[in-house]
Ligand binder design. Structure first.
Ligand SMILES: [Fe+2]
Length: 376
């Protein structure tokens, strides 16, 4: 039995409502446990907490321009490793054309996020046309390949040794954000039957413990004529998400949780109106995300809290690094110039520290830490 030490205080000049009605001329910073779910404190600072003039050491925030990675090989296992820990493996895959072998991940469920391009997924469960903005969850063990006429860019997120599940939607119920009925599954259709072959040699690259084994068949093993069950590849597109928002309260990123796995979550920022209440904060609050490493992949739109970030980039804020809006965004803390955000971004928050892979380091933008720097 254990519980957090109970404290509930208001000290000095302070607002009693988080993210609202800040004392004149102050900047709010949240320090919290369990992401945004545990006990928290809200400080009212006289300076932006990101107003540093110099920042050195391994805690510095990092940004990677994944759109600059080279296309290497036709399979997912040659994709560049970007950020990795024991529970989550994030890769970026620049697929130049159709896969020439089947893939099977025996290490965990794989989440594909299609950043650019379109194609056809063929897998144990059948055929599914896929396009930019799709999340595709491939249960561990699924055999699959992608056919594409042109190049595709795909963010791969492996739930190492675990499974993707949906978050508990709590007060808003199961059909909020996206209705489970919006999930598409592959079909045993004419295209799927047409790709079956009794005489074409196919190889499967199986990944287990991050090593590859190759299984050769004298036929196409995607030869199911049907299936039934409660487990399948599923797809939902980010344009079909209906994000939660409150006109009077800036909701934390956890309100946008899309998938959960062991020791990490995947959230989606989708277009939503800005808060309209005069006292409500209209930009993300400063915080340290002390219990999580925080990764953001920018898919489309204009990123309202960040300067110099374009689609295809990924930022990495290690737990303990205080961050918040960039100086330009901060000027719009209580008054936005447009009625709504138009950004789509994928956030991956991990409970354990992530390490950057060599592929990511090759496309790092070293000036990112300075993008908050106070003007001298
Ligand atoms: Fe954050």
């Amino acid at each position: 039995m254990k519980r957090y030490i109970p404290v509930s205080r208001v000290e000095g000049t302070a607002s009693r409502q988080a993210h609202c009605d800040l004392p004149e001329g102050t900047y709010e910073r949240e320090m919290s446990k369990e992401g945004f779910f545990g006990p928290a404190a809200f400080f009212h600072h006289r300076h932006p907490p990101t107003g540093w003039t110099e920042f050195t050491g391994p805690l510095r925030p990092r940004a990677f321009d994944l759109a600059k990675l080279p296309a290497e090989g036709h399979g997912p296992w040659s994709a560049a490793e970007v950020l990795v820990n024991g529970h989550c493996r994030i890769r970026y895959w620049r697929l130049p054309g159709s896969m020439t072998r089947l893939a099977r991940n025996a290490d965990g469920d794989e989440l594909l996020f299609i950043h650019a391009g379109a194609g056809d997924l063929y897998c144990d469960f059948g055929h599914l046309a896929i396009e930019a903005g799709d999340y595709v969850v491939l249960p561990r063990g699924t055999m699959w390949r992608i056919d594409c006429a042109a190049a595709m860019d795909v963010l791969l997120v492996e739930a190492t040794n675990s499974s993707y599940q949906l978050p508990d939607k709590g007060l808003v119920g199961n059909h909020a954000i996206f209705d489970p009925a919006m999930l598409d599954t592959p079909r045993i259709d004419a295209d799927f039957i047409a790709q079956q072959s009794d005489s074409t040699r196919w190889q499967v690259e199986v990944k287990r413990r991050n090593s590859l084994s190759v299984i050769t068949y004298p036929f196409n093993p995607l030869d199911a004529v049907g299936w039934h069950g409660e487990l399948a590849v599923v797809r939902v597109n980010v344009r079909d998400l209906r994000p939660l928002m409150s006109h009077r309260y800036h909701l934390p990123p956890s309100a946008h949780t899309t998938f959960v796995a062991d020791r990490f979550v995947v959230c989606t920022f989708a277009p939503r109106p800005f808060e309209s209440d005069p006292g409500a904060l209209k930009v993300p609050f400063f915080h340290n995300n002390d219990d999580y490493d925080e990764v953001l992949f920018y898919h489309a739109g204009e990123f309202f809290s960040r300067d110099n970030i374009h689609p295809g980039m990924m930022t990495f804020h290690p737990g303990g690094f205080t961050h918040g809006p960039h100086p330009k965004a901060l000027t719009r803390m209580f008054q936005q110039s447009k009625p709504a955000t138009d950004e789509f971004a994928v956030m991956i928050d991990t409970r354990d520290a992530l390490d950057a892979g060599a592929g990511a380091e090759a496309v790092e933008w070293h000036g990112y830490v300075d993008s908050w720097r106070a003007r001298p």
